[in-house]
Design a protein around this ligand. Structure first.
Ligand SMILES: [Zn+2]
Length: 196
């Protein structure tokens, strides 16, 4: 069950960017945090965006975009890489919640990307981060600037492409213009989100 009419993909993106502007200037409105809102969405959600971001404690999407309860469908995993569970979660948002926008958000100084870039041995299941990040690093060796931050941007772009072309569900929604997949980069210091 949906609780309101959905914005178009570009309108949803505009809402996020305006919220980020408030966050950057220290003017968060903290919308949709009230007990009334909590009760209003208990029976159904209509998040305007699905956001895949890093688990990093400094990168909370609701705060960064000044959104509240029921506004964002968030998937967080170290390095904002994609796997089957994350992809299935995004499919659920797109197909069943009619979420019009999917955002993959990388960030500066990402520890997961940095560990792979600096060849830090990753124990246990952390080793599963390596292939996706390594592929990005191999694609940015000639770029000027910080290797880790460049690689983080490329991880986000590669993941966004994987999502946008994912068969059988999301690719069809993208082709029909019902969903837009965008890539963004969050700066830990300025708080600014830049579209890539
Ligand atoms: Zn990170």
């Amino acid at each position: 069950m949906q609780t309101k009419s959905m914005p178009q993909p570009d309108e949803a993106l505009q809402i996020l960017l305006e919220g980020n502007n408030r966050f950057v200037s220290g003017d968060n409105h903290y919308p949709n945090h009230s007990p009334e809102r909590r009760r209003a969405v208990a029976g159904g959600q209509s998040p305007i965006a699905a956001i895949l971001s890093c688990s990093d404690s400094r990168v909370p999407p609701e705060t960064i975009f000044d959104q509240g309860i029921g506004d964002l469908f968030v998937i967080r995993v170290a390095g904002n890489i994609i796997g089957v569970h994350s992809l299935g979660s995004i499919e659920y948002a797109v197909m069943h919640l009619k979420t019009p926008l999917v955002m993959v958000m990388a960030h500066s100084c990402c520890g997961a990307v940095g560990a792979v870039a600096n060849k830090v041995p990753l124990e246990g299941h952390m080793a599963s981060f390596v292939p996706a990040v390594q592929a990005a690093i191999e694609n940015c060796n000639d770029e000027a600037g910080d290797l880790v931050d460049n690689a983080a941007r490329i991880v986000a772009r590669m993941v966004a492409t994987q999502i946008a072309t994912s068969e059988p569900i999301i690719a069809d929604y993208v082709k029909a213009g019902r969903v837009k997949v965008v890539t963004a980069y969050y700066d830990l210091v300025s708080g600014e989100v830049t579209l890539l």
